[in-house]
Design a protein. Structure first.
Length: 227
């Protein structure tokens, strides 16, 4: 079963939106499991302090390597083979192919950063793989972890119904998805394209591919250049 263990200073964020809809149903049905670990449980002193000022100066605070490592060591067994991810704007951008790989594995351990981030030595010493969800900066890794988990969990067998199967979706074929239509046939003078009402499945498939290609060319030409 896909198991997610989240290391965070804000465990109450979870399951949050992951407790709803497809991922929430999957969680309730035992198709995946979610556990949170409070990093502060391994904090130092009376105040359970987890952070300190950056060496070399500068703004903000940094999560201490010893505190984070202690939390990871207590939360993950030595034989735990799950990828250890650190949500980070500096990380490799998350892609659908990485999501698919993760979804088909045993699960993930995810560290959610806060403040200025995490002491580099904890990243190195505990082999954390930095993952970014986009070129912008969030205030913490929790929402980023939820994005990653939502994308993974919907691919776990049984979570999505057959009707919602993801094989046609954006990125799965290297293209963005074609446009969708449903009833009514005429909406404010805009009609469903005739080909979709023709019943000719080969023509429909060709039209959708053409549309997907045109949309990808216009919006994300970079996708067409990917190997
Ligand atoms: N000082 C960091 C930098 O400039 O790269 C930003 C730290 S950010 C305020 C705090 C935490 O939010 C990060 O440690 C990370 O866990 C999370 N975070 C922010 N933006 C993210 C993104 N685009 N993808 C993944 N995680 C992100």
């Amino acid at each position: 079963m896909f198991r997610a263990t989240i290391f965070t200073l804000y465990p109450d964020f979870f399951p949050g939106p992951l407790g709803q809809s497809l991922s929430g149903d999957g969680l309730a049905r035992g198709l995946w499991a979610l556990e949170t670990r409070q990093i502060r449980d391994h904090g130092l002193g009376r105040h359970k302090s987890v952070d300190d000022t950056p060496a070399g100066g500068g703004p903000g605070m940094v999560i201490r390597a010893d505190v984070l490592a202690a939390s990871l060591d207590a939360g993950l067994g030595a034989d735990d083979a799950r990828p250890r991810l650190l949500m980070s704007p500096r990380g490799r951008p998350l892609t659908q192919s990485r999501v698919r790989e993760l979804a088909h594995g045993p699960g993930v351990a995810i560290v959610c950063g806060r403040f200025e981030g995490v002491d580099e030595r904890a990243i190195e010493a505990r082999g954390l793989e930095e993952v970014s969800i986009g070129d912008y900066v969030l205030s913490g890794g929790e929402l980023a972890a939820m994005v990653l988990l939502d994308a993974c969990v919907r691919l776990i067998p049984g979570v999505m119904g057959k009707l919602e199967s993801g094989s046609d979706e954006s990125f799965e074929s290297g293209l963005l998805e074609y446009p969708h239509y449903t009833r009514p046939r005429d909406f404010e003078g805009r009609n469903i394209p005739d080909v979709l009402l023709s019943g000719d499945h080969a023509k429909i498939a060709a039209w959708r591919r053409e549309q997907a290609l045109a949309i990808t060319k216009a919006r994300r030409p970079d996708l067409l250049k990917r190997p």
